[in-house]
Ligand binder design. Structure first.
Ligand SMILES: CC(C)[C@H](C(=O)O)[C@@H](O)C(=O)O
Ligand code: SF4
Length: 475
């Protein structure tokens, strides 16, 4: 009798989607369950389809939204949206035209469910355990939080997936990051992932799919797991994932478009098997003690430069690190706490969900943003925006002197006109901090929503553990 060796979650998902196995000569051909598209990486793909006289293979498994170039200020009195420039408007219009021509469901500017692609697909219930999910966008890893194999693809691959619903792919190696224990008050999912990238390094995940596991991850809600998986790509990993559990199924049960009734029950019975078998071998295993994680920010120009808010910045280990410090105008030996802040951005596919908005409101309530700080709070989707407004979060944000905006990527990538000015220092809840990411000459410290909000109030980077207990508890 032969016994099958224990498999990792990644192995199970991979095996279930291989159409043609990989060989020395060619990558595997994988079936794709869900293809998400947005305005930035889809135009050439549609052009390629048209040039070759092809139609999308599964338009029903393709969903589109507009998020990167979209304005976060409302339309003017004539209903005209304030696009940053004509190119941005044209890009958005092009997506609408392409979706109309090829019969693809689009969450457009008029939709009350539009938002950042990685926020809306889980919200709708499009993102489900066991799926393969791709998008012409690196932060597609977010969807792995549901136990899906989800990763970013290039523009030409977007065309290939549109045409064939398949993707050529070499199998990745596996890495397990196990986090155990309770997080200290003031420490959240963003701190966990920044800390983890600090531990494994900005290239530490290269060639691997990371599975996050352990009691800390088990205790996280879906939004927190998404924050975690979102930044897997920032450690170079192909994807990140968390095995689905009751928390996952509860989320899906509440989505408008997820399976319902008997279909849901049958799906859950299948999803319960989507976990790494006992004894499954990972190529790399990393263990992190939750007690070691402080409120964490980055000091340099890549996300691996993560450090506790009260820990001195290390001496530059190489020329690149020194260049990063110089660009950031920071000094080794100093702590980030006390660094003067110009801009605070809360939003993005990393931290633009309802829990993040609540965390920020908790800190801002009955307080004022420091007079020299500009703070932007940008919900990740229309649904997040409405839910937050129903709780009065917009009122709290405005009363504190911060701006409450329309959903979109906004200052995370600064394609829509929401910019950090040259030389200004931003504390941002987004996921990338390279030179000029938030605008030419902008300097970015990545941080959690709580750390970002507290920096806005204090006007300098400050330790959120200073907050009284009630301000660290999120409803
Ligand atoms: C515009 C898009 C291709 C890009 C990505 O792939 O991630 C963007 O979303 C980003 O975060 O830099
Ligand atoms: S919010 Fe930022 S990271 Fe996420 S998809 Fe938009 S630009 Fe990319």
């Amino acid at each position: 009798m032969t016994t099958t060796p224990p498999k990792t979650l990644f192995d199970k998902l991979w095996d279930a989607h291989v159409v043609v196995p990989e060989s020395d000569a060619a990558p595997a051909m994988l079936y794709i369950d869900l293809h998400l598209i947005h305005e930035v990486t889809s135009p050439q793909a549609f052009t390629a389809l048209r040039e070759r006289g092809l139609a999308p293979r599964r338009p029903d498994r393709t969903k589109a939204t507009m998020d990167h170039s979209t304005p976060t200020l409302p339309a003017d009195a004539d209903g005209r949206l304030p696009y940053a420039n004509e190119a941005a408007r044209a890009q958005v219009d092009m997506l609408a035209a392409n979706c109309a021509e090829f019969g693809i469901e689009l969450f457009d500017m008029a939709s009350d469910q539009r938002g950042i692609v990685h926020v809306i697909a889980p919200e709708q219930g499009f993102t489900l355990p066991g799926m393969t999910i791709v998008c012409g966008d690196s932060h597609t890893s977010t969807h792995g939080a549901f136990g899906a194999l989800a990763f970013g693809i290039g523009t030409s691959e977007v065309g290939n997936v549109l045409a064939t619903q398949c993707l050529l792919q070499r199998k990745a190696k596996t890495m397990a990051i196990t986090v155990d224990g309770a997080l200290a008050p003031g420490v959240g999912a963003k701190d966990v992932i920044l800390h983890a990238i600090g531990v494994i390094g900005v290239n530490g995940g290269t060639g691997h799919v990371i599975e996050y596991r352990g009691s800390t991850i088990d205790a996280m809600d879906m939004e927190q797991r998404m924050t975690l998986c979102n930044m897997s790509i920032e450690a170079g990993a192909r994807a990140g994932m968390v095995a689905p559990d009751a928390t996952t199924f509860d989320w899906i049960a509440r989505t408008p478009r997820g399976p319902k009734g008997a279909e849901f029950d049958a799906a859950v019975a299948h999803w319960r098997r989507l976990r790494s078998d006992a004894g499954a071998r990972f190529d790399v295993e990393v263990h992190i003690d939750a007690a070691d994680i402080r409120p964490t920010l980055t000091w340099g120009t890549h996300p691996g430069t993560a450090i506790g808010v009260d820990v001195p910045i290390p001496a530059a280990a190489d020329v690149a690190a020194q260049k990063g410090l110089d660009y950031m105008q920071l000094r080794a030996g100093d702590t980030l706490a006390g660094t003067r802040v110009d801009v605070v951005f809360v939003g993005s596919c990393t931290n633009g969900r309802l829990g993040d908005m609540r965390e920020v409101a908790q800190v801002l309530r009955d307080r004022r943003v420091a007079s020299h700080v500009r703070m932007l709070v940008v919900p990740g989707s229309e649904i997040v925006k409405r839910a937050a407004e129903a709780e009065g979060i917009d009122t709290i944000v405005r009363a504190a002197g911060a701006e409450w905006r329309e959903p979109g990527c906004s200052m995370c990538i600064a394609m829509n006109g929401d910019l950090v000015a040259p030389g200004q220092l931003a504390v941002s809840t987004s996921n990338r901090n390279f030179e000029g990411r938030q605008g030419p000459g902008s300097r970015t410290l990545l941080a959690s929503p709580m750390t970002a909000a507290w920096a806005a109030i204090r006007g300098v980077v400050a330790d959120p553990r200073e907050l009284s207990d009630d301000r660290r508890e999120v409803a």
